[in-house]
Design a protein around this ligand. Structure first.
Ligand code: NAD
Length: 804
């Protein structure tokens, strides 16, 4: 027999990883309590549930099933610990986090085996990917704990954080949640997923070993309907960080609306894997294996839609089928297998259901000739061709080892097909032409874009979604802002009446007519500002106008009464102006300077308008105009300076963290400071390349409507800023529920804030609301800067490996 023949007949032998240490540990515990204040506590209900091994369906151990009473206990432990932990010096927190990272590394093999047993994922992945990334996350954030004061001056921790994680990367998701939270001085109550609580419980032991102060980390196992719900609704929780399905994310958005809880959502995806005809197809095949068969396809950012250029499609699919034939499905603890078990029988049923639906809808299914093990929950790698882009298997997140393939002809068609989804989590682009790949990356609506690679993660490079894949980032500096808030917010007061005139200020003579006009008693020339849509002053659809009263209660004029149809037109106009995103930052800055220049020429007139509407004196009104001018200059300055960063993850390559505009942003301006409040919101939004639909203050709209002429004469392209006057809450509701508005900033009442957050859930638009609290718009710390810029962009991480 020659070497070639030997090679052909070689079979894989089993290479099982020993599990006895972990099995002994499980036996010793028999059943786990809840981890509250560094103690193991019996659940109040006395109820336990089983965690099973998906590879054989056998029970592993019992874990506590908590109720809302247990969640109360965990939250109050976290609250108590917050008093000291939030004041613990940076270096001390960094040391604790370093200790956690070290302990994780020391227990790496144990954790890998335990994760494989509980989740069904292969030991090769837990050992080489999950657990090393967990340790890296704690090391990286130990660094941020150390640097917090220096790098985030003026920010403080938010308080007690409720964290809810899914079952697909149990310990990694725990690390993504806990590391940034405690680094920034928060305390946490974490709920692991129902199917996969075990590594979180081992982690609790590690917390004890590392000597973390009691109550900083609390882990509460149980059912979503009990623990998840109680945590989300708990009045003493300041923030919810959730990773899971878009459906549950939506319900959490609704139930936290108006509560003032900060919220970050990492949700589902249906990520495109784009192959251009000049790509190295053999590398592509290995890429696809990693994209959709990594973790049995139970990956939020799985490359589940293979989009391939038509002229190489057949060649690629043949290579892929050959590779699939050689993939190995089996015991997760066998080091030689590629694909492990599906997490649970119900998840397996769901995959089977969607695959059957794909066949029924006319797509062609292909699976390898070999069979999966009979025992446990297994599903073979599956490829669908002849798939229509609108079919359910092309749109719904299957969360299993199922790939759907479609073809395209041109790069433009590739981008269009890639974006034909409500999600926006990730994308892979394969091409040997770096120009083409880098040109395509910004066109894809996704938080992570991998060029000639896929499913790579690192603590330094933020991860999170666009569109209905959620908001917030995990990792990178941007991820830290999810766990802090500006320190000045603690002293915020509820909104006062904007019209309260400061004591002793009466400068009405400045507003009165000149003596000559008075002598002839000239009637005013009636000017009712219309709406400003698509660069034109247009009549409101209703044909009605609203009267505006001055601070003295006398009529000042009228503005158009906008309605649902006007908002729809304004949103359309804002979308039509989306090219604004491609204008160079230099160009956008020039226009902001030009707006300031044109406003400066009319500063007396704008000051008079402020006096009429607010009753403030001339000095104060002029101060508002001057601050507005300075603000416009600030954002003109920031336009080409609020840039992304280049990360150096541990690989040969870089990650380009780009700041991209969000799209169409609705802006509901505050009552106080009619001009400054309005411009303070509109300027950062347009500086970063978004377009706006703005609703001015209903009590003082005339400063905003006076801006029409300024915008018209400042080279601002039509449709970049659209202004609809009218009843604020009604118009804000239309914006909140509008499917084509990407973000909404609302600075009105507490009730309005709740309505906006609730309404936003339908398309998961980003919201920024003030819960009826006032900020000092004159103060540059509160009224301008990075907080506004960060809310105007979303970060896209583009991974660019190099080397042959
Ligand atoms: P899921 O939404 O059903 O559950 C996620 C977690 O939320 C679990 O701990 C669950 O118990 C809890 N939960 C469920 N209903 C709840 C409720 N009403 N209130 C509070 N908590 C509740 O998701 P899953 O099936 O565990 O995980 C799969 C989903 O997670 C997929 O959609 C996947 O794309 C997504 N995911 C996203 C990311 C990401 O970073 N974007 C990462 C991993 C998984």
């Amino acid at each position: 027999m020659n070497v070639m023949e030997l090679f052909e007949t070689m079979e894989y032998g089993p290479a099982p990883e020993a599990a006895n240490t972990v099995q002994t540990w499980l036996k010793e515990h028999e059943r786990f309590g809840l981890f509250i204040e560094n103690q193991w506590i019996e659940p109040a209900s006395g109820q336990y549930m089983e965690s099973t091994n998906p590879a054989n369906g056998k029970a592993l151990v019992q874990v506590a099933s908590a109720s809302s009473a247990d969640v109360d206990a965990a939250v109050s432990a976290a609250r108590k610990a917050f008093k000291t932990w939030s004041k613990t010096p940076d270096h001390v927190r960094a040391r604790y986090m370093y200790a956690l990272a070290r302990q994780i590394q020391k227990h790496a093999r144990f954790l890998s085996v335990l994760e494989s047993l509980d989740n069904g994922k292969s030991i090769r992945e837990t050992r080489d990917i999950d657990i090393p990334l967990v340790a890296r996350h704690f090391y990286y954030h130990a660094g941020w704990a150390q640097l917090m004061k220096r790098e985030l001056p003026g920010y403080e921790p938010v308080g007690v954080v409720g964290q809810i994680i899914p079952w697909n990367f149990p310990l990694l998701m725990l690390a993504w949640k806990i590391a940034p939270a405690i680094a920034m001085g928060n305390t946490v109550v974490l709920k692991p997923a129902r199917y996969t609580p075990l590594t979180a419980l081992k982690f609790a032991e590690i917390v004890q070993e590392a000597g973390l102060p009691a109550g900083v980390i609390n882990i509460v196992t149980g059912e979503a309907s009990q623990v998840g719900d109680a945590l989300v609704k708990h009045p003493d929780v300041n923030k919810i960080a959730f990773t899971g399905s878009t459906e549950v994310g939506r319900s959490i958005r609704r139930s936290t609306a108006g509560s003032g809880k900060k919220l970050s959502l990492e949700l589902g995806g249906k990520s495109p894997f784009i192959v251009f005809d000049d790509a190295d197809l053999d590398s592509v095949v290995e890429g696809v294996v990693d994209a959709i068969w990594f973790n049995q396809g139970q990956v939020c950012c799985a490359g589940s839609r293979l989009l391939v250029q038509e002229n190489v499609a057949e060649r690629l699919l043949n290579k892929l089928r050959a590779r699939m034939e050689r993939l190995r499905v089996g015991d997760p603890l066998d080091k030689g297998i590629d694909i492990g078990a599906i997490v649970s029988p119900s998840q397996l049923q769901e995959i089977e259901r969607l695959v059957a639906q794909g066949e029924a809808e006319g797509a062609e299914k292909w699976q390898p000739s070999w069979a999966c093990p009979n025992e446990g929950s297994f599903f073979p790698p599956t490829l669908f061709t002849n798939v229509s882009p609108a079919s359910s298997i092309a749109q719904v997140e299957i969360f299993g080892p199922v790939l759907v393939a479609m073809t395209f002809r041109t790069p433009a068609e590739a981008a269009q097909l890639a974006n034909n989804t409500r999600y926006g989590l990730a994308a892979s682009i394969w091409s040997d032409n770096i120009n083409l790949a880098l040109d395509t990356a910004p066109k894809i609506q996704a938080g992570s874009v991998w060029i000639n690679c896929t499913n790579v993660f690192d603590a330094s490079s933020g991860f999170g979604g666009y569109r209905e894949s959620g908001y917030g980032r995990e990792g990178g500096k941007e991820g830290l802002y999810e766990y802090v808030h500006p320190s000045w917010e603690a002293s915020q007061v509820p909104e006062k009446s904007p019209r309260t005139r400061p004591q002793g200020v009466t400068e009405n003579e400045e507003v009165a007519n000149t003596s000559e006009e008075a002598e002839f008693a000239l009637p005013a020339i009636d000017r009712t500002p219309k709406l400003f849509i698509g660069g034109k002053q247009v009549r409101p659809d209703s044909g009605y106008s609203l009267s505006v009263k001055g601070a003295d209660g006398k009529p000042l004029g009228e503005v158009g009464e906008g309605n649902r149809k006007d908002i729809r037109n304004a949103v359309e106009a804002a979308h039509a102006a989306s090219k604004w995103a491609n204008a160079t930052p230099h160009n956008r800055a020039q226009i902001l300077y030009y707006i300031a220049e044109n406003l400066a020429v009319r500063e007396e007139e704008f000051a008079r308008r402020i006096m009429q509407q607010t009753g403030r004196g001339r000095k104060e009104a002029l101060q508002e105009v001057h601050t507005t001018l300075s603000r416009l200059f600030s954002y003109a300055a920031w336009t080409d300076k609020f840039e992304g960063v280049i990360h150096r993850p541990p690989m040969r390559g870089v990650t380009l963290a780009m700041h991209e505009p969000i799209g169409v942003i609705g802006v509901v301006a505050p009552d106080e400071y009619p001009l400054l409040g309005f411009i303070s919101l509109v300027a950062p939004v347009i500086a970063m390349g978004n377009t706006v639909v703005a609703i001015p203050s209903p009590t003082a709209p005339l400063s905003a409507t006076d801006c029409y002429q300024i915008f018209e004469t400042s080279d601002l392209p039509a449709g970049v800023v659209n202004i609809v006057t009218g009843e604020r809450e009604g118009l804000a509701k239309v914006l909140a529920e509008h499917e084509d508005v990407d973000a909404l900033w609302y600075f009105g009442s507490a009730r309005g804030a709740k309505m906006v957050e609730e309404g936003s859930a339908s398309n998961m638009k980003r919201t920024w609301v003030n819960y009826g609290r006032q900020r000092d718009w004159l103060d540059p710390i509160q009224g301008e800067g990075e907080e506004f810029l960060r809310a105007s962009v979303q970060v896209k991480n583009i991974w660019v490996p190099y080397g042959e």
